[in-house]
Design a protein around this ligand. Structure first.
Ligand code: AMP
Ligand code: FES
Ligand code: ZN
Length: 300
């Protein structure tokens, strides 16, 4: 197979784009897809200061490197969850990456807040993953706002977005369907949130990481029973193989034609949001979810 652009031997085949690329043309393709994704929904500009949530996985590291190469002002934020045998390795990968590329990094240890995930897990009578996600989002938002960042970026890719969309559709969750997309505007004490890799598949971010020599953390979290939405991802992989390009078309079609319909629908009992009595974080109750978890951790 020859590169679709320069006719040199191709190293990456992309049936969904009816193309194959050599290493250098693939990296150009990746850049163009990121730029297109940013431009289409006006995610941010070169004047913004962007806090990039970096887990140590390939997606968020690829995102941070590409944004810095494109001249955006980026700072990394890593949440150290305090999980033995996992968090140290993920954090070390992120620290080495930032040092190698001269990028600034903030690290937040949840243990310092009494929220080491293994202890939270011990206290909960249910799986810790959703609470862990809540704690991560809390610190993404809090640190972005407190430290004056104008945008918070995460490494969610097209496969993550499709799997989430599909799950929202299976439940016809109108509120989630109205909100899902590459951009969430800042409002009511929440930071502006963006997902600049929304046009790129996991396969594509993996190739990018490989070709740019990014060392990344691959071990799954010891507390999750495998990747989230596995069934949905398998279903979509089969569909994509039979109909190359479907995934991106479906997601773009949702953003352009599906989502507006959910956004126009009358809001169903939307709760009013106010600052948490203890920490000021936006919540629909008196005390926010994370402060309630902290209280639970203090109870004997
Ligand atoms: P996940 O929910 O694990 O697929 O992660 C989705 C995105 O959330 C990643 O691409 C990162 O941008 C961010 N993220 C997840 N875990 C962390 C972490 N421990 N520290 C910083 N960012 C994270
Ligand atoms: Fe949070 Fe696994 S990363 S429970
Ligand atoms: Zn609170």
């Amino acid at each position: 197979m020859k590169c679709s652009r320069c006719k040199e031997p191709a190293v990456v085949a992309l049936p969904s784009h009816h193309a194959g690329f050599c290493a250098s043309c693939f990296l150009d393709f990746f850049t163009r897809q990121v730029e297109k994704g940013i431009r289409r929904y006006k995610l941010f500009s070169h004047d913004d200061s962007i806090l990039v949530a970096v887990s140590g996985g390939k997606d968020s590291l690829a995102l941070m490197l590409e944004l810095s190469r494109l001249g955006y002002k980026v700072t990394g934020l890593h949440i150290d969850l305090g999980i033995p045998g996992s968090s140290e390795a993920a954090r070390a990968v992120v620290e080495r990456f930032c040092e190698r590329h001269g990028l600034s990094l903030l690290v937040k240890e949840t243990a310092a807040e009494g929220l080491a995930i293994p202890l939270v897990k011990q206290r909960l009578k249910r799986p810790v993953c959703s609470v862990c996600g809540k704690i991560k989002r809390y610190y993404f938002n809090k640190i972005a706002l407190e430290q004056g960042f104008t945008v918070l970026a995460t490494g969610h890719n097209l496969d993550d977005e499709i799997a989430r969309l599909f799950s929202n559709i299976l439940r016809w969750d109108r509120a989630y369907l109205a909100d899902q997309g590459p951009l969430l505007l800042a409002e009511k004490g929440f930071a502006r949130k963006v997902k600049p890799l929304w046009r790129l598949s996991e396969f594509e971010t993996g190739n990018y990481a490989f070709l740019r020599g990014i060392e990344y953390h691959t071990a799954p979290c010891p507390y999750s029973k495998g990747a989230s939405f596995t069934t949905h991802k398998t279903f979509w992989a089969d569909l994509e193989e039979a109909m190359p390009g479907r995934k991106l078309d479906f997601y773009q079609g949702f953003l352009e034609n599906g989502r507006p319909a959910f956004q126009q629908a009358p809001e169903t009992g939307e709760e009013s949001v106010r600052p948490c009595d203890l920490c000021g974080y936006p919540t629909s109750a008196d005390i926010c979810g994370v402060c309630r978890i902290k209280e639970m951790m203090r109870e004997r």
